[in-house]
Design a protein around this ligand. Structure first.
Ligand code: GUN
Ligand code: ZN
Length: 436
């Protein structure tokens, strides 16, 4: 079945870089996105494509709105949805005071499923169609998020948290149970529909050597699963890592030592790295998740995109809710701009969009399936409405270019500007719901 959508359409073909290369983006002021069986069939100018469409093709007229690829959130904790905006601590105290007590509730499968439903609907309402998600230590919390994603047809990566030291007893697994439970979950979910499994050691601080070794074994036994963890977020954390692993050259070296640095390894934060770390990460094909709202909120530091890019490390944007303060990738893009601006680095709108779409897909090794509108890719997209709020409507009127309009939407936009989200060409019911 063919469906055509008529609107302004913007997507990235490559990384525009800090100076906004025009060749890296494609824009149709009056465009047609043609979809067949949930995949992109064609993209082009309306005056060229419309006359060639088969007569019975339904054309959804979204003139005045802007279609972009669905946003990809490279790192987020669904179990922390309800402790977002919790006051006053840096990472290690924040985990103890807020995150761990919230995660303990996910031993209850019903609680997990009800939060998973709200979480995914919030993602969709905000235009996020794919995410890489931390569940909790409880296998039932992984079942809950995968089942909820499957019901919505979403492409989603998730995994069971592994932690067997320096954490509350009720949240502790062991090297053996963590390995066995992860294996069961991989067999149950990995590659089912659009779902993928991530082996998820929380961070090296909360795993024994035995557990890290078991996680590395799993990563070798299942090479097409992902590895998802935290890296070098907070200085106190980095200092404790150095004490726990005195033989290591660096924090990243610990993961590398336990065979956890490879293609499809995604490391949240990457704030306190050196040049050797970045070179190693690029060489092994790992990727960094840039979490600006979280890094500012927890006072962790400033992500150095320039150095990561120069070293050839893949980077995707991420909310890191609940350390992050917004589930919206528009809000996250605007905070990324500020984090980089503080360091004398620039982030044009086209590159911010890249980091939230094709760049994020590439960081997750999913750029063959999602991230832009190349023919054959899965048709996950967002319809942005510049008239969604008074401020964006006013600002849009004086925007002289698509770069300027997108920049204004990034800074002033939110869920009010997400008119609709489509998953494989189907309107997501969540986006029809008004927020309360
Ligand atoms: N490092 C280890 N666990 C966490 C977590 O839940 N959130 C953040 N931001 N960092 C972490
Ligand atoms: Zn995190």
């Amino acid at each position: 079945m063919q469906q055509a959508f008529r609107a302004s359409i913007l997507h990235c073909l490559a990384d525009p870089g800090p100076h906004a290369s025009e060749a890296a983006v494609e824009y149709f002021q009056d465009g047609i996105l043609l979809i067949e069986d949930g995949a992109v069939a064609q993209l082009g100018a309306a005056d060229e494509l419309l006359p060639a469409l088969p007569e019975n093709t339904a054309v959804e007229d979204l003139t005045g709105k802007l279609i972009v690829p669905g946003f990809v959130d490279c790192h987020v904790h669904y179990s922390q949805l309800d402790i977002i905006a919790s006051y006053g601590e840096q990472l290690l105290d924040w985990l103890n005071r807020y995150a761990y007590p919230a995660e303990a509730q996910f031993s209850d499968a019903q609680h997990a499923r009800s939060v998973a439903d709200v979480f995914l609907d919030e993602l969709l309402r905000n235009g996020t169609t794919t995410a890489m998600v931390f569940a909790t230590v409880f296998p039932q919390s992984v079942d809950a998020i995968f089942a909820a994603a499957e019901e919505r047809g979403m492409r989603l990566i998730a995994g069971k948290v592994l932690m067997d030291r320096l954490c509350p007893d009720e949240l502790s697994d062991s090297a053996e149970t963590g390995y066995a439970d992860s294996k069961t979950l991989i067999e149950r979910w990995h590659g089912k529909d659009r779902l993928g499994y991530a082996i998820t050691p929380r961070f090296a601080l909360t795993s024994t050597d035995e557990q890290l070794e078991a996680a590395g074994r799993l990563a070798s036994e299942y090479p097409d699963t992902w590895v998802h963890t935290h890296l070098a977020e907070n200085q106190e954390e980095v200092d404790q890592i150095a004490a726990q692993f005195p033989w290591s050259r660096s924090y990243l070296d610990v993961y590398d030592h336990f065979s956890l640095l490879r293609e499809r390894s995604v490391f949240a934060h990457c704030l306190h790295l050196d040049a050797a770390d970045r070179a190693l990460m690029a060489d092994k094909g790992g990727a960094g998740a840039f979490c600006p709202t979280s890094n500012l909120f927890l006072g962790s530091g400033l992500f150095d995109l320039q150095s990561m890019s120069d070293a050839g490390v893949k980077v995707g944007l991420a909310t890191d809710v609940g350390g992050g303060t917004s589930i919206s990738m528009l809000r996250t893009m605007s905070e990324a701009y500020k984090v980089l601006h503080l360091q004398g680095q620039s982030l044009p709108a086209s590159r911010a969009l890249y980091l939230a779409t094709l760049g994020a897909a590439s960081a997750l090794c999913l750029d063959d399936a999602i991230g832009n509108f190349e023919p054959g890719k899965e048709a996950d997209f967002v319809v942005l409405d510049p008239d969604g709020s008074t401020m964006t409507a006013r600002r849009a009127q004086s925007a002289a270019s698509i770069e300027e309009l997108m920049f204004a939407l990034i800074f002033l936009g939110d869920d009010r500007n997400v008119a609709a989200t489509y998953i494989q060409g189907q309107l997501s019911p969540a986006t029809a719901q008004a927020d309360r």
